[in-house]
Design a protein around this ligand. Structure first.
Ligand code: ADP
Length: 733
């Protein structure tokens, strides 16, 4: 937080300076094709990072149309022109479809307009169409320059000086229809909109017995449909990549009528806009409704979500994703050489990587080709590992095989919630219970955490008992913040009494996605917000990045009075600009003495006459509310994986008589960099700071400089894990 950031690793500082001088360079940024929430965060990051490294940054308004038309459509951006846009949906620089850019003549004009401003670096935020256009433009660049020279529009010197065009893409698309990235900008926000609607429908529909058919966007890609189906536990889902088997009409009706027989009042069917059957014929929401009405006579309603999905404020996830991608895009441009191919910045696990643009576009087109040729298994495989994983999980959780078709393992597996209730816990329990039953185990639920465990509050839990759990906040099983230490004897007795072979403990999640603070409106005011997390500064840090905070005080990065002073001075300076607002986040345990009150009073005193302060302790609202789509899916998926692991371990141990636990039979499952991994507790112990209940190394700490740079502090950004160009492989993305 201090101006020269003495805590930054010196090596990376050197690398930072060597690599990242943008002096003398000009970067153009545009948004093209369909708009998506989070595009503004990407624009803001490109502008600020570009200015930060000393480059000039130009807005290109109205997508490629503005590039072709030139004039006032290409205007230099300054630091303040991207203030207060982080929380705004859509794109403030406009987007358009542009026929002219599809022609060489149009691209010739565009090149001329860029050259007039010395722009040879382009940052394109759009879908695969926009990125294809950008790649073509780059390939043609030298030819276009020669033609402009022949026409006398530029001189020979300019041809030499501006010989290369660097292009970097960021995928802005709510459909998540682009191969090579786990998430595109806008997808998570679109999921939020869909889930809000489903939650709303669920409350009204409970009053009647109804079937809802919900159509979501995705003409060629079923991602939104699939993930919303997972997140709300839909009864049936229709996707373009994975059409239902022949005879699906009857199967679906059987499933719906079984639900009714079990007194389930509500059926939800989710349909992707582009859903098809195995003969490539469209399956429309109307067709599904007709089927349900004629076959079953149920009261059936169709809701087509349409543009609502593009609207509203971007989610915290999209803001962070787009900010990271924007910064990475600028680094990619500055590091580009004539030999580096145009690239896209993408997300792999929680890692930002660069991929060759055309390989991604090619693979995206290959998915379409596979669907057109009815090679549906290929289509799913090409969509990537996480798509296939989602589909698999959905199928396992939605449809229960008849009991007599499930081979029994004679194992009892118990599920318990511990620690603070967190959004997504119920989704995790539902998933564990259903996967466990499908794997042939008898599933037991333990109520009220370790306390309840010791007292024997243990009951068998069935498939339908967990119906509708995904969307509910808190912990339905109940949880208590007691440690098992003093109950070990009783717990051991209960394990014996109930013959528990394996135990799945769900707890310790932090609610990743609940904090969204935006403090716009009032002038000359600094908001000081206290976030939860114990000693873990994740929420304060990521909340800070998502909300564009000026500082975030966390335990992991010690701070002193000089840091506080430099932050106050920074805010005083900021009040002189047109951005007269400040936001400061403070993790609840970041410092014993610099409490939220202390910081509030210090800022109030020092800011007298310049700004005033408000403080807000977020407290338990961070744990409340309905879980976000991310938390629901994360809970669902990770728990399914955990159960699969337990099943494998139980199989290994079978037939060996008395079972003893080994080091690797007690594991914690989590995402590390790009992969979901199981870590033996013994190993994890070495990596944990038990006193403060946090890992010794936290991946997100490397994102701290990002927040500072985007808030105009001088900070160094460790580029050590950016800069490598990777290749797309369907099985690794
Ligand atoms: P998206 O980027 O969301 O896929 P489109 O496919 O409509 O949206 O593309 C947006 C714009 O990108 C088009 O209007 C056009 O200007 C440009 N574009 C798309 N494909 C090409 C192409 N093959 N060549 C040149 N420009 C293209």
């Amino acid at each position: 937080m201090d101006a020269d950031d003495s805590r930054a690793p010196k090596g990376s500082l050197r690398k930072f300076l060597e690599h990242l001088s943008g002096a003398g360079k000009a970067i153009g940024v545009l948004t093209s094709g369909g708009d998506a929430q989070g595009m503004n965060a990407a624009v803001r990051a490109v502008v600020r990072m570009g200015i930060y490294v000393g480059a000039k940054v130009y807005f290109i308004y109205e997508g490629y149309q503005g590039m072709v038309d030139g004039g006032s459509n290409i205007a230099e951006a300054d630091w303040e022109s991207v203030s207060s846009i982080l929380q705004v949906g859509g794109t403030i620089i406009g987007s358009a479809r542009c026929q002219a850019f599809r022609t060489r003549e149009g691209r010739l004009k565009a090149a001329c307009n860029l050259l007039q401003r010395g722009i040879t670096n382009l940052c394109v935020i759009g879908g695969d169409g926009s990125l294809t256009g950008a790649n073509l433009f780059r390939k043609e660049w030298s030819g276009l320059l020669e033609e402009l020279a022949r026409n006398g529009q530029i001189d020979k010197e300019a041809v030499q000086k501006y010989a290369y065009l660097n292009v970097v893409g960021m995928v802005g698309s709510i459909d998540n229809d682009f191969c090579g990235t786990d998430m595109t900008i806008g997808t998570d926000s679109a999921l939020h909109r869909i889930i809000e609607v489903v939650d709303a429908i669920m409350t009204t529909a409970q009053s009647h017995q109804r079937t809802f058919v919900l159509e979501v966007m995705g003409r060629h890609c079923g991602y939104l449909a699939l993930v919303s189906a997972l997140a709300c536990g839909a009864d049936w889902v229709f996707l373009p990549e994975s059409p239902p088997e022949e005879g699906w009409e009857e199967q679906m009706c059987v499933k719906l009528s079984e639900n009714r027989a079990r007194k389930k009042r509500l059926n939800i069917i989710i349909v992707a806009e582009g859903a098809i059957d195995t003969q490539n014929k469209p399956i429309t929401s109307e067709k599904i409704k007709e089927l349900v009405v004629t076959q079953l006579g149920y009261d059936t309603r169709v809701t087509i979500l349409g543009h609502v999905q593009r609207g509203g404020t971007p989610s915290a996830f999209d803001r962070i994703l787009a900010s990271r991608m924007g910064v990475e895009a600028v680094i990619a441009l500055l590091e580009a050489t004539p030999d580096t191919p145009a690239c896209v910045v993408s997300l792999n696990g929680n890692h930002a990587v660069r991929l060759p643009l055309m390989e991604c576009v090619q693979m995206t087109q290959d998915v379409q080709k596979a669907m057109d040729e009815r090679r549906f298994q290929d289509a799913v495989r090409l969509r990537g590992r996480s798509f296939a994983g989602n589909l698999n999980t959905y199928k396992r959780l939605a449809i229960k095989l008849p009991d007599d078709q499930i081979p029994k393992t004679n194992c009892n597996v118990a599920v318990i919630n511990v620690g603070a209730p967190a959004a997504g816990m119920n989704a995790a329990v539902r998933s564990a219970v259903r996967v466990g039953i499908a794997d042939g185990h008898r599933m037991l639920a333990i109520y009220d955490g370790f306390d309840g465990f010791a007292k024997g509050q243990i009951k068998e839990i069935g498939w339908t008992d967990v119906g509708g759990w995904t969307g509910q906040g808190g912990s339905i099983l109940g949880t208590k913040r007691v440690l098992p230490g003093k109950y070990l004897e009783e717990i051991a007795t209960q394990m014996r009494t109930h013959s528990i072979n394996a135990l799945l403990i769900i707890g310790g999640f932090e609610t990743c996605d609940r904090i969204k603070q935006s403090a716009s409106g009032t002038k000359r005011r600094v908001f000081i917000i206290e976030t939860m997390g114990g000693y873990c500064g994740y929420l304060a840090n990521m909340g800070g990045l998502a909300a564009g905070a000026d500082a975030a005080y966390i335990f992991e990065e010690p701070f002193d009075i000089r840091d506080l002073q430099s932050n106050v001075e920074h805010l005083t300076e900021k009040m002189k600009t047109t951005i007269q607002r400040g936001l400061v986040l403070r993790n609840e345990s970041c410092s014993e003495n610099y409490t939220t009150d202390f910081i509030y009073q210090l800022y109030s005193e020092e800011g007298k006459g310049v700004f005033d302060c408000r403080k807000n302790v977020l407290g338990h609202m961070q744990q409340g509310g309905a879980p976000s789509p991310f938390d629901r899916n994360f809970g669902t998926k990770i728990s399914a994986r955990a159960m699969e692991w337990i099943t494998a371990k139980l199989k290994e141990a079978r037939g060996r008589g008395k079972k003893f636990t080994t080091d690797d039979s007690i594991c914690v499952l989590g995402i590390s960099k790009r992969n979901v991994i199981f870590q033996p507790v013994a190993e994890l112990k070495k990596q944990t700071d038990f006193e403060h209940r946090i890992p010794k190394e936290q991946w997100w700490l490397k994102l701290r400089p990002l927040m500072k740079i985007l808030a105009k502090y001088k900070a160094s950004y460790d580029v050590s894990d950016s800069g490598q160009l990777e290749h797309v492989q369907p099985w690794s993305v």
